[in-house]
Structures are given as structure tokens and as C-alpha cells.
Design a protein around this ligand. Structure first.
Ligand SMILES: Nc1ncnc2c1ncn2[C@@H]1O[C@H](COP(=O)(O)OP(=O)(O)OP(=O)(O)O)[C@@H](O)[C@H]1O
Ligand SMILES: CC(C)(CO)[C@@H](O)C(=O)[O-]
Ligand code: BAL
Length: 394
């Protein structure tokens, strides 16, 4: 008999409670208390369905979860075995940057949970939610390959992928992306309204809210975030501190292309012309960093070469033929305090600072026959962000 979705959820909750009670009262035999045995009855999917194959060293090891109850059950069973969980939240469309987070998580934990969920509440009403890249099968394949590699290296394994629906993540529907927004949200003010938050007003409300949910569901010992999204890392650290969340936050260095462009899921929309021009941001930030390394501490001294480089590159593009150029808008170049992301006039040597920037790559003009234009034919505007940490000086 098919159950309706709320009946299924209640059944799952009852099942979970029953199992936990049995485990507490020691009524579940040892073999059945293994994480795998416990979740096999739930609606999870293995990358391999054969138990014999799963036990081989390079066998598919990762379970896919779409619902909260079975994942919680699995998490609790890991706890009973003194295993630790490192959580890597993502929006999918995985690339080497994401894999680097997983590798770091596997080096410090017995089990890595990767979440794949394109969270609607962090996208404003006019942002690119609808066109955000979705590459589910390729993502699973990448995680599977990485898990095999981790298995042979004797590291922690990618034991769970959590890919919930929006109904699961937002039980009180619908999720709202409007300002001020109706729903249950976590917000950090003014931190979430600065820089990225100024251009994407609901972004950090959505990020903090969905991460709070993911943290509550997965109960990890450690959470892993990329340095590329620096303001997001500050928001997450604040979330963990202000809400007394019992987990450590790890920040992993930005993975880059050889020329310095930060890897990003949205890069697939750039195409060759915009990709070549998009390097302007990382170049500009490097110029400002060089000033800091040369002993400059005032805002003007540090930032002017970055702003100058942006202006000069833009001018260069504007004087090219429309069929060759890639125009962009600089949203901001910032020099900010590492804990508050508020702009600073002078860098305090004991605190250091964050150099960051955002540019919007505009749709390409006069696309050419045979030109590599990226997904969307070069017509989807692409927001690029990047940053450099200016370390405190001893
Ligand atoms: N180049 C990178 N190096 C290190 N971490 C990264 C990199 N790109 C993304 N991450 C991290 O991966 C996690 C998931 O990010 P997300 O799925 O949004 O990918 P993304 O590449 O940042 O996509 P987007 O195009 O939305 O910026 C975040 O913690 C993010 O900071
Ligand atoms: C942290 C995150 C997964 C929340 O949706 C997202 O903002 C991201 O991928 O950086
Ligand atoms: N990596 C941040 C997710 C976003 O841009 O929505």
C-alpha cells in the first residue's frame, strides 16, 4: 500500500524512535546495530546493492539519503561506534574545490557526509536559482571515485550523501526569498547585509538558515567550508558561536586554475572570452596583497593598484570590438576586518584583514560562429567572487 508523504514521515519517525529505544535497551543484536544494517530498511539507496561488493576495499561505500529520519538514525549508529562525522555542505555541480573539502574532512573524520541541495532561500527573486547548474549523476560519480581513493589510502570515507527535497528542508512551505520574507530564518546583522549581502539581500539569511538545518540534521563534529566564499565562512563561524553549536568550523584554501581563477560551479557559464577576462579579479586582489606585503597598511595605499587594474582592464575591453570583448562590472573591492567584514581604513597588524571583491561578467556581445561560449551561449550573467586573507603580522 502506498503511504502519503506525511504518513510516510510519521512512520519513519516512529520507526526511528523504536530503533533508538531498542538500541538504548540493548535489545538489538550487535550485528544489526551496525550503521548499515540499521538503515537498510529505510528509503536510502546504495551506489552498490550487493553486500559482497560493498565489503570490498574499493567498493561503492556511499549511501544516498533523501529524508531526515533515516539519516539521523545512521548518524546515531555512527555515534554508538565512536565514529566522527565531517560535514561538507554543497549545492552540487561539484568540482575540484569541493573535492578538496571532502579530502580535508576525510583526513580528520571516520565518515564524511556531503550534502547536495540548491537552497532556494539564498537566491533573491531575480537571481539565478532556475539556471543554477545541476549535475547529479556526475556529482555521484566524482564522489564515488574520491571515496575509492580515500578507501585505498586508509582515510575516512564518504559514507553519506544527503540530497533532500525542498519539502524536506522547509517543512512549513513555501520557502520565501522575498524581503522581509515569511518563514523561520536565522539572520546575522549587520554582517549578513554587507558586501555580498548588499548585492544579494537574502543570501546570508538563506545560507545561515539552511546551514542551521543541515547542522541539526547531520550533527557533525566538524563542518568544512571553502575560503573562496570568505564572507560565508565568517557567517558560519558566527552561527556556530552565537547559537552554541557543538562543532568545529574548518576553512579550506581556495582551489584555483593555473592562472589563478578560483574554481566555481558557475564558471561553466563563462565560455572562453569571459573566462579570460574574468581573471581580472584575482589579478587585482594580488596587486593589493603585494602592497600589504610591502608594508603598506592604509586603505588607500593597499587598494589603489587593485582598483586601477580593474579600471584599466575594463577600458581595454571597452575599446575592443564587440565581437571580441567581454564587459564586466566591478561590484566591490573591499578591505575588511576578518571577524566583522566591516571596512577598515587602516589594517591592524595584530588582526590582519580580508581583501575581497566581486565582479559581474555581462552577457557576451556578438557571439561568433564556433566560439566556445559556455553553457547558456554566453548570455547568462556570471557573478565571480574572490578574496585573499592578509595574515596578522607577528
Ligand atoms: N574553488 C574553491 N575552493 C575551495 N572551496 C570551494 C571552492 N569553490 C567552492 N568551494 C566551497 O564549496 C562549498 C560549496 O560551494 P558551492 O556548492 O556553492 O560551490 P561554488 O563553486 O562556490 O558555486 P558557486 O558558483 O555557487 O559559487 C562552499 O563551502 C564553497 O566555499
Ligand atoms: C553553504 C551552502 C551549501 C548553503 O546552501 C552554499 O551557500 C554553498 O554551496 O556555498
Ligand atoms: N557558493 C555560494 C553559493 C551561492 O552563490 O549561492
Amino acid at each position: 500500500m502506498a503511504l502519503g508523504s506525511s504518513a510516510r514521515h510519521s512512520a519513519m519517525a516512529l520507526f526511528e524512535r523504536a530503533v533508538v529505544n531498542l538500541v538504548r535497551r540493548n535489545r538489538i543484536p550487535a550485528f544489526a546495530r551496525s550503521p548499515r544494517a540499521l538503515v537498510q530498511r529505510c528509503d536510502t539507496r546504495w551506489l552498490s546493492t550487493s553486500p559482497a561488493l560493498r565489503n570490498a576495499p574499493d567498493a561503492p561505500n556511499t549511501q544516498i539519503f533523501h529524508h531526515v529520519a533515516p539519516l539521523r538514525l545512521y548518524r546515531r549508529s555512527l555515534l554508538l561506534e565512536d565514529r566522527t562525522v565531517g560535514l561538507v555542505p554543497t549545492m552540487g555541480a561539484l568540482h575540484e574545490g569541493h573535492l578538496s573539502l571532502v579530502r580535508h574532512a576525510a583526513a580528520e573524520n571516520t565518515d564524511v557526509f556531503v550534502t547536495i541541495y540548491v537552497n532556494p532561500t539564498q537566491f533573491g527573486l531575480n537571481e539565478d536559482l532556475a539556471s543554477y547548474p545541476k549535475t547529479w549523476e556526475a556529482d555521484l560519480q566524482m564522489l564515488h571515485e574520491l571515496d575509492k581513493e580515500l578507501g585505498s589510502a586508509g582515510k575516512g570515507r564518504v559514507s553519506a550523501v544527503f540530497a533532500p527535497s525542498t519539502q524536506t528542508m522547509y517543512p512549513t512551505l513555501p520557502p520565501d526569498s522575498s524581503i522581509p520574507g515569511v518563514g523561520s530564518f536565522v539572520e546575522m546583522r549587520p554582517l549578513g547585509q554587507l558586501l555580498e549581502g548588499a548585492s544579494r539581500p537574502v543570501f546570508f539569511r538563506g545560507v545561515a538558515t539552511v546551514c542551521m538545518k543541515l547542522f541539526n540534521i547531520c550533527a557533525p563534529e566538524r563542518v568544512y567550508f571553502g575560503q573562496k566564499d570568505v564572507q560565508q565562512t565568517v557567517v558560519i563561524k558566527r552561527l556556530v558561536k552565537d547559537f552554541h553549536l557543538n562543532m568545529d568550523v574548518r576553512i579550506i584554501p581556495t582551489s584555483r586554475e593555473l592562472d589563478g581563477l578560483a574554481l566555481s560551479s558557475r564558471n561553466v557559464y563563462l565560455g572562453e572570452r569571459r573566462r579570460n577576462a574574468g581573471i581580472v579579479l584575482s589579478q587585482a586582489l594580488r596587486k593589493a596583497e603585494a602592497q600589504y606585503k610591502a608594508g603598506k597598511r592604509s586603505r588607500g595605499d593597499i587598494l589603489w593598484p587593485a582598483v586601477d587594474h580593474g579600471d584599466a582592464t575594463l577600458l581595454e575591453q571597452e575599446t575592443m570590438e564587440p565581437s571580441k570583448r567581454a564587459k564586466f562590472q566591478v561590484d566591490y573591492i573591499s578591505l575588511a576586518d576578518p571577524d566583522t567584514m566591516e571596512e577598515v581604513d587602516q589594517v591592524d597588524d595584530t588582526r590582519g584583514a580580508i581583501l575581497s571583491g566581486a565582479v559581474k561578467m555581462l552577457p557576451v556581445e556578438e557571439p561568433q560562429e564556433g566560439e566556445e561560449l559556455g553553457i547558456g551561449g554566453g548570455q547568462i550573467p556570471v557573478r565571480l567572487i574572490d578574496n585573499i586573507v592578509l595574515d596578522p603580522v607577528e
